[in-house]
Ligand binder design. Sequence first.
Ligand code: MV4
Length: 449
Amino acid sequence: MFKKVLIANRGEIACRIIRACRDLSIKTVAVHSEVDRESMHVKLADQAICVGHASASESYLNIPSIIAAAEISGADAIHPGYGFLAENTYFAEVCEACGLKFIGPSKESIEQMGDKISAVELMKKSGVPTVPGSNGSVSADDPKIFAMAKKTGYPVIIKATAGGGGKGMRIVVSEEALQNAIIMAQTEAKAAFGNPDVYMEKYIEEPHHIEFQVLGDKYGRTAYLPERDCSIQRRHQKLVEESPSPLMSPALRKKMGKAAKSVAAAIKYVTVGTVEFILDKKGHFYFMEMNTRIQVEHPVTEMITGIDLVKEQIKLAAGEKLSIISEKVKILGHAIECRINAEDPDTDFIPSPGKIGKLFLPGGPGIRIDSHVYSGYTIPPFYDSLIAKIIAFGSDRNESVIRMQRALREVEIEGIKNTVSLHSKIMANETFRKGGVSTDFLPKYIFER
Ligand code: MV4
């Protein structure tokens, strides 16, 4: 097992990783920017090193500084968390070249899943269902695109191969708009990712976002865990996640879970990852993408399975054998996570950084808080606006919703705008309470009525 882990991240996830390390008796090194000296992760870690100025590109993305910090502190592994360097193949490669274990999959796995065209192609070969479409990149001046779109059937969606998470996507409803949409998508993709390649898929209307946690060890063993339903999103930002999905039957869970497991097996995946599917109205599911990192919403899976995913991730990276057997994992209840952001939901979610005055975070039966903020803490304007995750566990969905409502009522955050009131609105919504909403829920039921 590792003796000392450097955490190349900040915020709640850095704190979460430090706690997992402590449970494994591993020493921890925090890195931080100049404005993050008073951050919780710096206080929680055994050791802290400043790696640069406030802007992420000069600190949390500054590879030479982070590697130097690992060498100076004598760390033997680096945990990247999510965001920042978590899915950067170059960083994974540099870590390994410097004799530092990257706590994540191989750079080959990151690469294969980072390119969406190659990811989809690989899935097709492995027998995992994919959406009908172009099978590779499309070009605006290729006359065949019209026949292709017609055969697929409108609407179609144009996606960037280097994209993911909803970035750079365009829905095309008719032939007239096709060529222009491809040109626009290519231009955007080139500007955002440095790669102009785009591909075409049939657009699945009112989909549900269902994802499966997978795990793999370096001996070729893989497992899947029960799904997370992340259909409540706004502009590709997840706001609420839950597990299990209200839509799932044991048979469909097994079918989708096995497909997710075969995705992991196909790329000899090591550590933890997530296979994302969309599920249509008829119960057909399609592979979307794979996230090769620990995700923000991992706690809902932890709550319903009793498995500490960050601990598992570290153990798998250290070369331990996977001991989880999918079929033996029991679903212990229901969990919901609400992401509390320092944003103003009444003014188009503009960020609301600043100093937190009075702060009270809830507790009591079934409530877990993953957060890095405290009374007197100043949220800097440079990073993402997630300030706390409230996770409510109950014996069934209704109990977890009721506990979430109780928790939301208890929250007090003075000094900054936040999204608590929006979550209360969602929890009280009749359609949400019935369960099984699609990704159209937020725009349709919360913002336009
Ligand atoms: C789609 C789709 C419909 N049809 N692909 C957005 C995030 C990315 N991972 C996949 N996304 C979508 N891909 C086809 N062929 C609809 C979405 C989508 C979506 C998916 C999951 C959750 C929220 C969403 C919101 C808008 C669009």
